[in-house]
Design a binder for this molecule. Structure first.
Ligand code: BES
Ligand code: ZN
Ligand code: ZN
Length: 482
């Protein structure tokens, strides 16, 4: 999708359709909207879409009146959705050139970025493996602003980078597990890193054995697919920063549950158990282009969790790289095992601040549904940084408790830690387990099990992978202050 900012009068925009946001209780007089408003057909309610042919006063073939809701509730997040819904509606009608009109009061840099992101996100369809020839796409998307508006090109470009990074993530998450094995994820990471001049290092099984990553390797041993730990480094041109951000992503390319095998119903969805790793990869892709001042290193442990004849068993005790012993009560609680070694390794590599993203627990879906990412932190400052980044990017996150008293939920008679707690507070005990491996490094854990995949499509977004939390991770790095 070609992205531009146009400064011609709206009457002269050559497009298949011009999208015009209309607000509740604000009477739009132009483009023939007045009559429709008076007839009650156009109300301005959120995401109400009305297509008009041959609208007066425009050269674009059509005008799409797009409901924006109440003006005082309208923000960049709303605009991102409006833009996405408009693109999906027009794309379905095979329209190729789309323009979005932003009134002067709406033409902020944040809004221009969000409009472009929404358009790019809206275009995504998880249909790579459908062979029909009826696939739709959009050629060009223009944000139309008043003549003489300040420089908004950088904002549009930022939106393009972020939108494309999220779609890159969504594409990876959508890949089935027979095609996206740990080795294939390594290849995707290498290609991305090479395309954006990032350094990429890959630890194989032997190297991980030498480092003593028994927790990660225990998960991998039930699969014929070899595991890997992918490390990607972004270094700013000038390194004044004393902080070094580590992003850790769960990369289980398929989670069968292992010997503690999952029920068959819905198991096909467990190809998305690498959504954390894919989000970190997408974030690094954007970071390489937007160049924050802080060094950022990604750590992506990737394995397949299978019940092969060499698989670990419930009751097995493994030794993590940190030296802690873990009793594997349930082989389906594998994410925390691979993250334990990745978090410890990230600290050893010099990261001063850590964020991990992981489809870690079904319990977080019970707690927060599909709307909010569960956020856990061992440090209030780090928690507030991530919450602020998430808010600015319109990715909803909710801070969950992580008090030391929850430690009582994680007791093993035979090892330092069990890999699961009791019946209650499953998302919290999973986070408590990880906390043991983050040590005293300020750290945030994002449980994205409920938010990385949408079971139903939205007007602005196809069903399937969402691309959460790519934008938050990028914003965290860009806005970093010591
Ligand atoms: N990948 C799953 C978490 C998950 C569950 C993601 C449902 C998305 C939807 C994870 O590895 C897992 O299986 N967790 C178990 C933990 C349990 C065994 C303590 C779970 O949540 O059921
Ligand atoms: Zn599992
Ligand atoms: Zn899992």
């Amino acid at each position: 999708m070609r992205i531009t900012v146009e400064r011609s009068p709206s009457s002269q925009i050559a497009a298949d359709a011009l999208v015009v946001p209309v607000f509740e209780c604000v009477r739009e007089e132009r483009f023939g909207a007045a009559e429709l408003t008076d007839a009650g057909e156009v109300t301005g309610k959120r995401l109400e879409l009305t297509l008009i042919h041959h609208a007066p006063g425009v050269s674009a073939g059509r005008v799409l009146l797009a409901g924006a809701g109440k003006a005082d509730k309208f923000d960049a997040a709303q605009l991102r959705r409006l833009s996405g819904a408009a693109v999906r509606c027009l794309m379905a009608k095979s329209l190729k050139k789309i323009a979005l009109l932003l009134a002067p009061a709406l033409a902020s840099t944040e809004n221009v970025s969000a409009a472009v992101e929404g358009a790019i996100l809206g275009e995504f369809e998880p249909d790579r493996y459908k062979t029909g020839d009826d696939k739709k796409s959009v050629e060009a998307f223009a944000v139309v602003v008043e003549e003489g508006s300040p420089d908004l090109e950088a904002a549009a470009d930022r939106g393009r980078v972020l939108g494309e990074a999220q779609n890159f993530t969504r594409g990876l998450v959508n890949e089935p597990a027979n095609r996206l094995t740990p080795a294939a994820l390594v290849e995707a990471a290498r290609q991305m890193a090479a395309a954006y001049q990032l350094d990429c290092q890959v630890l194989d099984r032997q190297e991980m054995e030498k480092l003593g990553m028994g927790a990660l390797l225990g998960v991998a041993q039930g699969s014929a697919e070899p595991p890997a730990l992918i490390v990607i480094l972004y270094k700013p041109a000038t390194t004044a920063s004393r902080a070094h951000l580590g992003l850790v992503g769960k990369g289980v390319t398929f989670d069968s549950g292992g010997i503690s095998i999952k029920p068959g119903d819905g198991m096909e969805k467990m190809k998305y158990d690498m959504a954390g790793a894919a989000a970190v990869l997408g974030a690094m892709r954007a970071i390489a282009q937007l160049k924050p001042a802080i060094p950022v290193t990604a750590f992506l442990p990737t394995v397949e969790n299978m019940p092969g004849s060499r698989a670990q068993r419930p009751g097995d005790i493994v030794t993590a790289m940190s030296g802690k012993t873990i009793e594997v009560i349930n082989t389906d609680a594998e994410g925390r095992l691979i993250l334990a070694d990745a978090l410890h390794y990230a600290r050893q590599r010099g990261c001063t601040h850590l964020v991990d993203a992981a489809t870690l627990t079904g319990a977080i879906v019970v707690a927060l549904g599909h709307l909010n990412v569960g956020l856990f932190a061992n440090d209030d400052g780090m928690r507030d940084r991530v919450l602020a980044a998430a808010k600015a990017e319109g990715e909803r996150m909710w801070a969950m408790p992580l008090e030391d008293d929850y430690k009582d939920y994680l007791k093993s008679a035979f090892a330092d830690l069990p890999n699961v707690g009791g019946r209650w507070g499953g998302a919290i005990t999973a986070a408590m387990f990880l906390k043991e491996f983050a040590g005293d490094t300020p750290w945030v854990h994002l449980d994205i099990a409920g938010t990385a995949w949408l079971d139903d499509s939205k007007p602005f977004q196809a069903k399937g992978p969402s691309g959460v939390p790519v934008r938050t991770l990028v914003r965290l790095a860009l806005d970093w202050k010591e």
